[in-house]
Design a protein around this ligand. Sequence first.
Ligand code: UDX
Length: 455
Amino acid sequence: MAVIADKCPEIEITLVDLNEERINAWNNNDLSKLPVYEPGLKDLIKKNRNKNLFFTTNIEKSIPDSDIIFISVNTPTKEKGLGAGYASDLKWVESSARTVAKYARGHTIIVEKSTVPVRTAELIKKILNSSHSSDLNKNFKTSFSVLSSPEFLAEGTAIKDLENPDRVLIGGEDNDAIKKLSLIYQRWIPINKIFITNVWSSELSKLTANAFLAQRISSINAISALCEPTGADIREVAKAIGADTRIGKKFLEAGPGFGGSCFQKDILNIIYLSRHYGLEEVANYWEQVILLNQWQKKRISNLIVETFFGTITSKKIAILGFSFKSNTNDIRESPAVYIAKELLENDANLFIHDPKVSERQISALLDESESNLKQNFINHNWNFSRNLEDVFTNADAVIILTEWEEYSNIDWKRFSALMKKPSWLFDTRGLVKDSDLNGTELNFWKIGKGFVFRN
Ligand code: UDX
């Protein structure tokens, strides 16, 4: 919305949320306190806030005033009930639709922006047209058009992706509504990049794009495991296959497994849908992408424990990077969460560093681990610091889990001298070059290559 506001100064955009704390944070004069860290976002907010971009909790007023409403709420995987563990929980989409139905006046275009399972637009339509909502609105003439326009931005490059998208999808039946939305995008996106489809193709395209991207990562990670015992190097393999234009060179970086709020959730959705339609083989095929991803995380935590002959009790282990990728402070489904929990289970003493993630965010995920709850005590065997010196001092091992740029510029000679001997470096992102370690005594393991030096 910040990008639309920037590109279309004559359009007034209001972001509404029930959560007052969040809205206050978006209105904060101190722009370093915005709820989301995303390169370039701060500048857009600074430039456009309170001009044509507003943040408010006043839903009752904002909905009737709007011509177009984007539903952009979260749709996490259901934790209980029918479809638990696979299907998306649509309770926020539903309640948004009900709220819109209650307060809308005149004709309103609803745009489904959240990633949703196929045929969700139909559910939204039903809610909007239900007798219940028209009862509430009986003194006003209301009508709705529902469009699907899924978002393909990636975190960390969101502004760039929005300003120059590969494509924009608009799914729908109402040509007037499609035209209105398309005209907004056409302000800065060439018309040949705006694809018009039916609603279900649009919804399914979003799930499929994420499934294909995740599948690529599981594929390269599977090969990374095969490289390690055979003496191949995954970066050389990735370069060789990526030069084939049919394969392409992007998204071929082996790592500790994909994280983030989308990939796993969207594949789980495809699995659920496939099973629903009796397509067991299709479901099993996609499920394997998730299983491989879980295995990759597990094999990394196992490898670390095994390197110390099965016991890392009280070993100081430094974790570099906690976000699921660089340039974001998002830790949802971050491989770091799983790997850190496994090491804590093995009684390691963790020292975590991340340039953007806060200690509070980490605590919310680590201190609520199941085994802590079961044992009724908090195994708070971890510390957090933004100072690399604290993190390295007396560490037995360092594990790079996120590809933050600053980790590729570490002075290894200086920092490894602070560590206990023998000291270990596990690079799960392939950031460190062998030559960076000249003059150190580090033992070095690298994803997709295995042990490079082992003293
Ligand atoms: C993804 C999609 O890219 C985006 O189009 C969609 O709208 C939302 O989901 P995002 O989750 O923000 O975006 O990040 P992405 O860059 O896709 O990375 C996802 C995960 O895959 C990260 O954990 C990342 O580290 C990992 N990854 C990515 C790799 O391990 N190797 C790669 O080569 C690329």
